[in-house]
Write a protein that binds this ligand. Structure first.
Ligand code: HH2
Length: 262
């Protein structure tokens, strides 16, 4: 999954793709580098980010999704949003999937996904980006993330979303310290027990900065280490900014994972 942020303030690429033509050019690069899916987001979810009104988020993402659909008809598109109004407008414009950092928790969101027939990513977080880091308290981070994701999936299924349209994401950096994000990556095999494909978004995240001191622009090596760890654990989808590099890392890690033992 290639990241396409059409925001002024995303933590690593904010402001670069606000113009729909610049966004389209970026999508072309992501697809040429081998992205299987383009994730269009109009609201930053970095720690402390202020919410964006739905009308503004729609104004940011819809023109890009419409153009993407026309220019790359076969390319699957997801919309990175937590608001039902935005998801509805994006699905009408041609998006195929809803990627929700609030795990379909907003009013009407699960029902909309159920009615539309779209697939959905349910990501783990606590609270909202503005306050999530104050909620990063766990006794067993992997067990609690698994339990809370399982609960989110049950709520979505109860609202009518078929289980086979759900992907689960432990939410690296969302209501998690650097150590907790590393623990989640170490414990991915326990999330497999939830029985759904996993998506992980380690790309350029602050846990890499906390571990290495690297600023967001210099976190590709750390990102690739996390990508390899995810692939070795059997993760099916990686959400990344640097698609070509991540594909290469994933290809090598999956060859190692699948090689016959001694
Ligand atoms: N991370 C970000 C945004 N959306 N969606 C999923 N499913 N998983 C993630 O880990 C995830 C996500 C944050 O990264 P980015 O889009 O680069 O930054 P910002 O939120 O500042 O736009």
């Amino acid at each position: 999954m290639g990241v396409l942020n059409v925001t002024p303030d995303s933590f690593s690429d904010g402001g670069r793709y606000r113009d729909p033509e610049a966004a389209l050019a970026r999508a072309g690069v992501l697809l040429a580098e081998g992205a299987d899916l383009v994730d269009v987001g109009g609201e930053s979810t970095r720690p402390g980010a202020a919410p964006v009104p739905a009308a503004e988020e729609i104004r940011r993402v819809v023109p890009v999704i419409e153009r993407l659909r026309a220019r790359f008809p076969g390319a699957p598109i997801s919309v990175d949003t937590s608001k039902a109004e935005v998801a509805r407008a994006a699905l009408r414009s041609g998006a195929d999937m809803v990627n929700d950092v609030q795990a379909l928790g907003a009013p009407g969101m699960a029902e909309l996904v159920a009615e539309s027939g779209a697939a959905a990513v349910l990501m783990h977080m606590r609270g909202a980006p503005a306050d999530m880091q104050s909620r990063a308290r766990y006794r067993d981070v992997v067990g609690e993330v698994a339990a809370e994701l399982g609960e989110a999936m049950r709520r979505a299924v109860a609202a009518g979303v078929p289980e086979d349209r759900i992907l689960l994401d432990p939410g690296i950096g969302f209501a998690k310290t650097a150590g907790q994000s590393a623990a989640v990556l170490a414990g991915l095999s326990r999330l497999r027990e939830l029985g759904r494909p996993l998506l992980v978004g380690p790309s350029r995240k602050s846990f890499i900065g906390d571990l290495t001191g690297a600023p967001a622009a210099d976190r590709l090596p750390g990102t690739l280490a996390a990508v390899a760890a995810c692939v070795l654990a059997g993760v099916e989808f990686l959400r990344v900014h640097d698609v070509a590099a991540a594909r290469q890392a994933a290809r090598v890690a999956s060859a190692i994972r699948d090689a016959p033992g001694p």
